[in-house]
Ligand binder design. Structure first.
Ligand code: TEU
Ligand code: CA
Length: 564
């Protein structure tokens, strides 16, 4: 049994959202060749693995998370030869690829669903179909089988008149949930894993994989949106173990995206003794700015709640032998510096963009960098709903108005919460279209690419990029970061997140680190002077920290790690 720290402690993953990374042929959409062209950039940053979001055949209703064929490359992203070239070139640079497996659902354009629609009973059993009332009609289909709400808004069931049945879609209506209780479905998905494994990929990311096991009895949820019935569902661990065993991927680098999950389940998903995955994404810490848990209602981030969540996940996952993916952002999230920091002045922007990775990269787990985060990319400065592309944003822009918000209020909420905030193209340089494409980009590019861009930052030793590079190098050189225990400290101010890492047998480097992060625009007292006596600065995003009246005080958005 391998210890996760031994396996993964010195590794860093970089996430590529293909459509927005780099466009090689001027059609305005990022592609596989575009990634290959930028491999030297990724190598110089120092990352070990690339998680590549879905590039499989897809109608793109959810930008590729609606897969129509798991074994083919979507032409807009390139060809299988392009993939093989990317894979070879990445390997030549010591970089592994992690592919994104969307196994909770398929596109309704998938051959399996099309056969189901044609009435083929084998394929009807591949999905979650439920009978409608005998007198149901297209105009009047009656009540759906349950009142569950789709993650993208509206009821989660769609009526099919020709079959007089409903099918379940936890996401878009064009993303039909697979029936994992059917062994043939599980065998099909194992084959998909084997196909890509045989191509030499290093690992996999599994999309919303803790939603695959649905309850046997379908019932209405009178307390919530239905998620309590299918999240970490009845056979989830059994199905994951089977997929991993039959697919031959135990011990590879694998990460599951776990929606609304629990620590106990994530220990089972990620601890080596259960033979499931090697790490988990959980999202509770990214909901601290949701008013009453509602993504579409704004509140300022609750830093105390954030701190308590990070503490619980760090300490309890460690105690249970689990392993966390460490992240602030991905293609579904707004940019974290715009969200948890302050981008209104250059100095605040720089400090916030470096505070966030200081907090996560020194934790126990595997840090993920979402493309552009290493440059300090921000939310875009869009001024009209026409500039948004995402199905979820466009649905909620309408839903919020149906609920009584004015168009201006609805637009403001979408600006803060849209998944497109993180989907604008990577800012490679300061030219028109930021060096992303020679054509018209599929989505707008923030004005600030003139100063916030890779060309300028790679050349500047004081840039956000250089700071990320430094954090990656520190992890690789420092056993206490890779495998040390973690313990949260009670900071004097609620705005400061403080934790300690310790290791007994540090072959090199410090045996103790104390990490302090001021998540506010004002100076804050962090710890008493005696708690940190004798520590020397290990890394910091500024030198704005000093002792005052027996306390260590951090300036606005300051982050510092002290070492012993
Ligand atoms: O996301 C799962 C998911 O539930 C959320 O991230 C979701 O987008 C958000 O909570 C809605 O408010 C994964 C993928 O990362 C996402 O891009 C896909 O749209 C989704 O699954 C469906 O495949
Ligand atoms: Ca292209």
């Amino acid at each position: 049994m391998q210890d996760r720290a031994e396996q993964l402690g010195d590794k860093v993953v970089y996430q590529i959202y293909v459509r927005s990374f780099n466009d090689s042929n001027g059609d305005g959409i990022g592609d596989l060749k575009g990634i290959t062209q930028r491999l030297d950039y990724l190598k110089s940053l120092g990352v070990d693995y690339l998680w590549i979001t879905p590039f499989f055949t897809s109608p793109q209703n959810d930008n590729g998370y609606d897969v129509a064929n798991y074994r083919e490359v979507e032409p807009m992203f390139g060809t299988m030869e392009d993939f093989d070239e990317l894979s070879r070139e990445a390997r030549a640079r010591g970089i592994g690829l992690m592919l994104d497996m969307v196994f909770n659902h398929t596109s309704t354009s998938h051959e399996w669903f099309q056969k189901a629609l044609a009435g083929d009973s084998k394929y009807l059993a591949y999905y979650k179909f439920a009978d409608a009332a005998p007198d149901a009609t297209a105009e009047n289909p009656g009540e759906p089988p349950t009142n569950w709400i789709s993650k993208f808004g509206g009821n989660a069931w769609e009526y099919v008149p020709s079959l007089n049945k409903w099918y379940l879609h936890l996401f878009d209506v064009s993303q039909a949930d697979l029936n994992w209780d059917n062994p043939e479905v599980r065998a099909e998905l194992v084959d998909v894993i084997k196909f890509w494994k045989a191509k030499g990929v290093s690992g996999f990311r599994f999309d919303v994989v803790n939603l695959i096991s649905k309850p046997e009895v379908l019932e209405n949820d009178y307390e919530g949106d239905g998620r309590r019935f299918y999240t970490d569902g009845p056979h989830i661990h059994e199905y994951l173990q089977e997929l991993v065993r039959e697919g031959g991927i135990d011990g590879m680098v694998t990460v599951g995206e776990m929606s609304s999950t629990s620590i106990d389940n994530c220990i089972r998903y990620s601890a080596p003794r259960y033979h499931e995955l090697s790490q988990t994404f959980s999202f509770h810490h990214l909901k601290v700015d949701y008013l009453n848990g509602n993504k579409w209602a704004l509140q300022e981030p609750d830093i105390k709640a954030l701190r308590n969540l990070l503490r619980d996940w760090q300490e309890q996952m460690t105690a249970g032998g689990g392993w966390n993916a460490l992240f602030w952002s991905n293609h579904d999230q707004p940019r974290p510096n715009s969200r948890f920091g302050d981008c209104s002045t250059e100095e605040c922007w720089r400090r916030s963009s470096e505070l966030l990775p200081t907090c996560t990269h020194l934790m126990r787990g595997t840090p993920y960098i979402y493309q552009g985060e290493e440059l300090g990319m921000t939310n875009p400065d869009f001024t009209s709903i026409d500039q948004y592309r995402d199905v979820e944003s466009l649905n909620y822009y309408k839903i919020l108005q149906d609920e009584g918000k004015t168009p201006e209020e609805a637009f403001h909420i979408v600006c803060e919460r849209s998944r497109d905030d993180g989907r604008t193209p990577v800012q490679w340089d300061g030219t028109l279209n930021a060096g992303f494409t020679t054509g018209t980009p599929w989505i707008g590019i923030p004005q600030n690419h003139v100063t916030i861009n890779a060309k300028a930052e790679v050349a500047d030793p004081d840039s956000v990029w250089a700071y990320f590079h430094h954090l990656i190098c520190l992890r690789k050189a420092t056993p206490v970061v890779q495998k040390g225990g973690v313990h949260f400290l009670d900071a004097i101010s609620d705005k400061v997140i403080a934790y300690e890492r310790t290791v007994e047998d540090a072959a090199k480097g410090p045996s103790r680190l104390v990490v302090l992060c001021n998540f506010s625009g004002e100076s804050q007292a962090a710890l008493t002077e005696e708690t940190v006596a004798g520590g020397s600065a290990f890394v910091s995003n500024c030198d704005d920290f000093k002792f005052e009246d027996g306390k260590l005080v951090l300036g606005p958005w300051a982050a510092v790690a002290l070492a012993w």
